[in-house]
Ligand binder design. Structure first.
Ligand SMILES: Nc1ncnc2c1ncn2[C@@H]1O[C@H](COP(=O)(O)OP(=O)(O)O)[C@@H](O)[C@H]1O
Ligand SMILES: [Mg+2]
Length: 188
C-alpha cells in the first residue's frame, strides 16, 4: 500500500493557527526606535491584553516596555524589575494600568503569579511579561507575542539592530487588529 507523503497530508489539513493570528516583522535600529515601537503597540492595546516579550538579556524587552508605558500614559518609570517580580504602573489618564512582570525567577508559572497578590485586576490591566514563555500563556487565550533578536551582519553582530516579530495569537488578534500598521509607522 502506498503511503501518503507527510507533506501532502499537511497540506490537506486545515491550518487554524494561520487563520487565527497575524504577524508583522520589523527591523529596529536604535533604542529610541524600540521605544517608539512600544508606543505604537500601546495604541493597539486595551484592558485585559497580555503581551509576552521574548529575547535574550539585553535584547530590548524593557526598552520596549518603557515605550508601552509612555503610550499607555502610566505613572512611574519602567525599569528592569530585577528585585521585584512584578510592578504595577497605574494609569494617569483613566486607561488600563500596566502590570510589568519579570518571570525569569517565576518558576511555578501562573500559580505563583496569582500568589503575588498584585492588588490589581488583571482583566482591567495590560499585562506585559518578560521571560514569560511557557509560564503565563494560561492567563489568556489571546496574547501578543513579541520576539526580539539581535540582527547578525555578514561578519559581525550589528550592535544596535534588532529584528522584531510581533505575533497576535487568538481571536482578539485574528483580523490583525492593526499590527500591519506598526511597521509602516516606523519606516519614515
Ligand atoms: N535597537 C535596540 N533596541 C533596544 N535596545 C537597544 C537597541 N540597540 C541597543 N540597545 C541597548 O540594549 C539594551 C537593552 O536593554 P533592555 O531593554 O533592558 O533589555 P532586556 O530587557 O531585553 O534585557 C539597552 O542598553 C539599550 O540601550
Ligand atoms: Mg528586561
Amino acid at each position: 500500500m502506498e503511503e501518503v507523503p507527510l507533506e501532502a497530508q499537511r497540506s490537506q489539513a486545515p491550518a487554524p493557527e494561520a487563520a487565527a493570528g497575524a504577524e508583522t516583522r520589523i527591523t529596529i535600529d536604535s533604542p529610541d526606535a524600540m521605544q517608539e515601537l512600544g508606543r505604537g503597540i500601546a495604541a493597539l492595546l486595551r484592558p485585559g491584553d497580555l503581551v509576552l516579550l521574548t529575547g535574550e538579556l539585553g535584547a530590548g524587552k524593557t526598552t520596549l516596555t518603557r515605550g508601552l508605558g509612555e503610550g499607555l500614559g502610566v505613572r512611574g518609570a519602567v525599569t528592569s524589575p530585577t528585585f521585584v517580580i512584578a510592578r504595577v504602573h497605574p494609569s494617569l489618564t483613566g486607561g488600563p494600568a500596566l502590570v510589568h512582570v519579570d518571570a525569569y525567577r517565576l518558576g511555578g508559572g501562573l500559580d505563583e503569579m496569582e500568589d503575588l497578590d498584585l492588588d490589581v485586576s488583571l482583566p482591567e490591566s495590560v499585562v506585559v511579561v518578560e521571560w514569560g514563555d511557557g509560564k503565563v500563556e494560561e492567563l489568556s487565550d489571546d496574547r501578543l507575542h513579541v520576539v526580539i533578536a539581535r540582527a547578525v551582519g555578514h561578519e559581525e553582530v550589528l550592535d544596535d539592530v534588532r529584528e522584531v516579530v510581533v505575533r497576535g495569537v487568538g481571536e482578539r488578534w485574528s483580523a490583525g487588529a492593526g499590527l500591519d500598521a506598526l511597521a509602516g509607522a516606523l519606516s519614515e
